[in-house]
Every structure is written in structure tokens, then in C-alpha cells.
Design a protein around this ligand. Structure first.
Ligand code: SF4
Ligand code: F3S
Ligand code: FES
Length: 245
């Protein structure tokens, strides 16, 4: 019997950490729901079923349902991941769901990753800094396909926040830029349009809120749903920052 066939007959128990910080009377509590599993069920489907059948007030975020928007990150049985891309058949029948830590809680499983990402992006100025004399009307120089591919690879970050939720340093240091921030600077560093030097980057990430705060715990690398090469990027940036310090 295939795993999928076996799991289709299961009853799932979902324990969900519920809390509404807007309501002074609300206390964090575990709520328990039971569902019959069926083939192809994802956590997105399961949560919608719970909301439709048992608990209309349950809060969680989804937009794309396809691993693209990054809005459905949550802690699934202790591990950050995307609910829309998680098949229940890959999990035991007892499933615990909790909001991503390190972000502002909106309610239940919904957190405000946008505020965190915006703060980090503004601190690191995660956009192209062009040469002052750039002629905006001139044709761009041709980029080698291999380089374009390398940049594209790092651009696949969906800002889901899973790497921050899995990082011990991010839990201790509020302003730590995390793997998501370091990956962005590594991406812009590769870009031939970028005018910032490694010395400029050192000003931004050459401290304990940047690349030297990373303790190489590698939770980020293990949980990134886009499988970005975070370990390699962080190690590379650290070597570069050591040489300019
Ligand atoms: Fe999510 Fe990976 Fe981007 Fe971190 S680096 S925000 S885990 S996609
Ligand atoms: Fe955190 Fe990843 Fe470094 S988990 S400590 S950013 S290797
Ligand atoms: Fe968009 Fe899950 S709903 S990544």
C-alpha cells in the first residue's frame, strides 16, 4: 500500500496555538481540531476546512497557495515551513501549528513579516545603488548568462521569514539582519549595476547585527523552502568582510 493511500484513511488532530493580542481578555491556548484526511490535503486545505466547519475566527495568511508569496509561513511540528506547500501525508497524524516567532503576532497563525522585512530592507538599503554618472538612456551592458543565473538563484527569496524563525541569533538580537538580509546583500554584490563596494557593505553588516552575529547555526539553511544556498552565501560574505575589516 502506498503512503498516500495509507494516509488517506487517517484522522488528523491539529493542535493550533491561538491568541488574539488585540483582545485584552485573550490568553494563549492550544485549540484542538479533528479532520478526516484525504489524498492531496495540504495544511492550507486543512486550515480552511477548520475555519469553514468549526472556527470562523481562526486567523492565518495565504495568498498564492503555490509557494510564491511567502505569506503562509508557520511553525509545523516545531519546524518553520510553508503551510500551502506542506502535504499532511508528510506529517504524523498529530500536527501542532504555531505562529512564526520573531515577528509581530497579528492573531493565531498570522504574523506581520512585512514590517520586519521592511525594517531590514531599509537598514541595508536592499536595492541597486548605481554609479552617480550612470546614463539612464544608455543601453545596459550585456550580462553573462551564468552571472544572470547566479543572481536569479538568490532572487528566488520569497521573504517568508522561515529562516528568521529558525535562527537562534535572530531570537536574541532584534536587529540581526538574518539569512534573508545577508542573502539580499550577496545578491546585490553580484550585480554589475551595483556601485557599492565591500567597504560600503562592511559599514552595514560588519558587526554583530550583521554577518559577525551569525553563529553558523544553519537552521536558516535547513528550513528555507526555496532551498537557497544560504550557508554558502553567509560563509562567502563573512570571508569578504574579514578581508576588508
Ligand atoms: Fe524564506 Fe529562504 Fe527567503 Fe529566508 S531566505 S525569507 S527562508 S525564502
Ligand atoms: Fe542564524 Fe543561519 Fe547564521 S540560522 S546563526 S543566520 S547560519
Ligand atoms: Fe503563498 Fe503559501 S500561500 S507561499
Amino acid at each position: 500500500m502506498s503512503n498516500e493511500t495509507a494516509s488517506a484513511a487517517r484522522t488528523l488532530t491539529l493542535r493550533i496555538l491561538r491568541h488574539n493580542p488585540q483582545d485584552p481578555a485573550s490568553e494563549p491556548r492550544w485549540a484542538r481540531y479533528e479532520l478526516e484526511e484525504y489524498e492531496g490535503m495540504t495544511l492550507f486545505i486543512a486550515l480552511n476546512e477548520i475555519r469553514e466547519r468549526f472556527e470562523p475566527s481562526l486567523q492565518f495568511d495565504f495568498v498564492c497557495r503555490a509557494g510564491i508569496c511567502g505569506s503562509c509561513g508557520m511553525v509545523v511540528n516545531g519546524r518553520p515551513g510553508l503551510a500551502c506547500r506542506t502535504l499532511t501525508s508528510t506529517l504524523p497524524s498529530e500536527i501542532t501549528l504555531a505562529p512564526l516567532p520573531a515577528f509581530k503576532l497579528i492573531g493565531d497563525l498570522s504574523v506581520d513579516t512585512g514590517q520586519w522585512m521592511r525594517g531590514m530592507s531599509e537598514r541595508l538599503e536592499t536595492w541597486i545603488h548605481e554609479q552617480a554618472e550612470t546614463d539612464l538612456h544608455a543601453l545596459e551592458e550585456r550580462m553573462e548568462p551564468e552571472l544572470a543565473e547566479q543572481i536569479y538563484e538568490l532572487d528566488r527569496c520569497i521573504e517568508c521569514g522561515c529562516c528568521i524563525a529558525a535562527c537562534g541569533t535572530a531570537r536574541m538580537r532584534e536587529d540581526f539582519v538574518g539569512a534573508v538580509g545577508l542573502n539580499k546583500l550577496a545578491r546585490f554584490r553580484l550585480d554589475p549595476h551595483n556601485a557599492r563596494t565591500d567597504a560600503d557593505l562592511y559599514e552595514l553588516i560588519g558587526d554583530d547585527d550583521g554577518v559577525f552575529g551569525c553563529m553558523t547555526l544553519l537552521g536558516c539553511h535547513d528550513v528555507c523552502p526555496k532551498e537557497l544556498p544560504l550557508q554558502t552565501q553567509i560563509a562567502f560574505l563573512r570571508r569578504k568582510m574579514v578581508t576588508v575589516s
